[in-house]
Design a protein around this ligand. Structure first.
Ligand code: ADP
Length: 577
């Protein structure tokens, strides 16, 4: 058996048609990888370059570690199965399957054994003496597969093998090909334009568009974490609803506002958008929500909509209506036993935590690939008492505590750095590459909780069946308020108790009016700002005394540190001052 490696593979056809650009992929030994994308996106061309049926304009192909670019198809230890299964009509099923072996001058006894073994695997023993015209479409496709199996190739390349079959047979053959893959344990690369085929068959899916790879991942991860609007809308049926609009930030609250008349808004968890700088707002954005994550009710919700059409599918009903920001219908899937009717006005809501945000221009995801991970420290599950004590020294307001730990993904590493590192026991689900770094999607072995982090791509992948340890430095962990999802900890132990204050900018400088310090006339310098959510934590240092003070102020609007702050008695600022 063999792995398949493509390095920066490009294909430009005569006449300048650029069919495939910079295609790099590692298909593991025994893996079932599906290439999916709309017609003309370069799937077949890529497969044919692996097979040696098409020359490679630039880049390298390796099979089983061997350089393949210059080898003839027959020397590549691959077998191809096409949509058009091209059986020889004048030969029996037996002879059709035996044909490639006869071409390779295999001995008669060996041929007989291999043909019968292949026929047994595919359940076509009883048809061996029939001619192709005496077979059904499904049986003929099995013979074509038999002709591939009999050669005992290391890699199977299948190009839309089921598209000539009717819908029912396709479903049946889908399952049979998956079973065949399991039985043979060989590497399978399968091309289809059908997203259902891709989702049901692939260990991993390569989504392609216009000759470029869009995303490579497991079916579940592609569905849950699409990297861009194309992937989000290509996979999943009915399609994801996508709204045009913008993200706006008011103080620390971020909301999506749809475009057009009767705009609606959706509040978002700002932690999801941690990587967006304040000056990015307002930001043209597309909001995606899957039909199964749209709920319809009589009251509440983010907007009202009139039902225009219902499609009853039995256990499910598709409800079509309109919302601003989307020219097309808003589709919601609801339980088949519902009382909705056309013309009815309903309240629309989107399920929390199920929203997808994409940049309005590039259409790349604003949230995927850079997640924070949250761990529930109920009953000291992750942190020991001493670790907790260390963390509590960073608590901004004494006495407040939370079970939720926020772990920035960049803080997770595979090497222990300090004695008090937090240890996570993880199992790898999949990896996704982003130019030089790869994001590891794992789950925590005891709780099953998803944990993801990124490492340089060079880091060797772990065996998915074996748990491994990852480490997080205690200094990188923060406590998060369970309810409001705001930060409760500072990045350093706090040397002074926190006071509450308010900043005002007046002629002559920046003034702090703070409780307990109203008589100060001293000047301080802002040494550090920690934005916590709705408030900012300012660490101030006395200009002369070097005394440290910690102040919580609502949305300070300070954008730089080392700013001079003067303490004043309560000042009653006039409007417009
Ligand atoms: P897919 O398999 O995804 O439908 P293909 O790999 O067949 O796509 O085609 C990718 C692009 O290359 C398309 O634009 C197609 O028209 C073009 N193409 C395919 N084969 C040839 C060829 N022999 N000569 C020129 N252009 C081709």
């Amino acid at each position: 058996m063999a792995n398949v490696r493509l390095e920066n593979v490009c294909k430009i056809y005569k006449g300048g048609v650029r069919a495939v650009t910079d295609f790099s992929l590692d298909v593991k030994d025994g893996e079932f990888v599906v290439f999916v994308g709309p017609s003309g996106c370069g799937k077949s061309t890529t497969l044919r370059m692996i097979a040696g049926l098409e020359s490679i304009t630039s880049g390298n192909v390796f099979i089983g570690g061997k350089y393949m670019n210059d080898l003839e198809p027959k020397d590549r230890s691959i077998a191809m199965v096409f949509q058009n299964y091209a059986l020889y009509p004048h030969l029996s099923v037996y002879e059709n399957i035996a044909y490639p072996l006869r071409c390779h001058h295999v001995k008669g006894e060996e041929i007989d054994k291999r043909v019968k073994d292949s026929a047994a695997i595919l359940g076509i023993m009883e048809y061996l003496q029939r001619k192709p015209k005496e077979l059904s479409g499904g049986q003929r496709q099995r013979v074509a597969l038999g002709r591939a199996i009999v050669r005992q190739p290391q890699v199977f390349l299948l190009d839309e093998p089921l598209s000539n079959l009717d819908a029912k047979l396709r479903v049946q053959m889908r399952a049979e090909i998956s079973k065949l893959h399991e039985k043979l344990g060989a590497t399978f690369i399968y091309v289809t334009h059908d997203q259902t085929e891709a989702m049901t068959m692939g260990d991993r899916i390569v989504v392609m568009k216009d000759g470029f790879i869009q995303q490579v991942d497991t079916p579940t991860n592609l569905y849950k974490h699409p990297a861009n609007v194309f992937v989000a809308t290509f996979l999943g049926s009915p399609q994801m609803n996508v709204f045009r609009g913008e993200l706006r930030k008011k103080k620390e609250d971020v909301s999506f506002y749809s475009e057009g008349d009767s705009a609606f808004s959706v509040p978002l968890n700002p932690l999801l958008l941690g990587q967006l700088e304040n000056d990015s707002f307002p930001l043209k954005t597309k909001l995606g929500v899957r039909p199964s994550d749209v709920t319809l009710s009589e009251t509440g919700g983010i907007a009202k909509a009139k039902i225009e059409l219902l499609e009853k599918l039995g256990d499910q009903t598709l409800v079509y209506s309109h919302l601003s920001g989307r020219e097309d219908y808003l589709i919601a899937t609801v339980n088949g036993e519902n009382d909705f009717r056309a013309g009815q006005e309903v309240s629309v809501s989107f399920r929390k935590g199920k929203l997808h945000l994409f940049d309005g221009k590039s259409e790349e995801s604003l949230t995927e690939g850079k997640p924070l991970c949250f761990l529930d420290n109920a009953n000291g599950y992750y942190l020991s008492l001493t670790q907790m004590e260390t963390l509590e020294k960073r608590l901004i307001e004494k006495g407040r505590s939370s079970k939720i730990l926020a772990v920035p993904t960049a803080a997770i590493s595979l090497a222990k750095a300090n004695g008090d590192d937090l240890v996570l026991s993880l199992a790898l689900d999949c990896q996704r590459d982003y130019g030089g770094r790869s994001v590891w999607f794992c789950h925590e072995t005891l709780s099953g909780k998803g944990v993801s982090f990124s490492l340089p791509s060079l880091e060797k992948a772990k065996d998915p069946s074996l748990p491994f340890q990852a480490f997080v430095q205690l200094k990188d962990i923060e406590l998060i308020d369970e309810g409001t999802k705001t930060k409760l900890t500072d990045v350093e132990p706090l040397s002074a108790p926190t006071s509450k204050g308010e900043l005002s900018f007046r002629r002559g400088g920046c003034f702090m009016e703070g409780d307990g310090r109203i008589n100060h006339e001293k000047t301080y310098i802002v040494k550090r700002i920690n934005r916590l959510g709705a408030t900012d934590l300012l660490i101030l240092e006395g200009s002369k005394s070097k005394e440290k003070l910690a102040y919580l102020v609502p949305d300070s609007a300070l954008i730089y540190v080392s700013m001079l702050v003067l303490f004043r008695k309560k000042i009653h600022a006039k409007k417009g001052d």
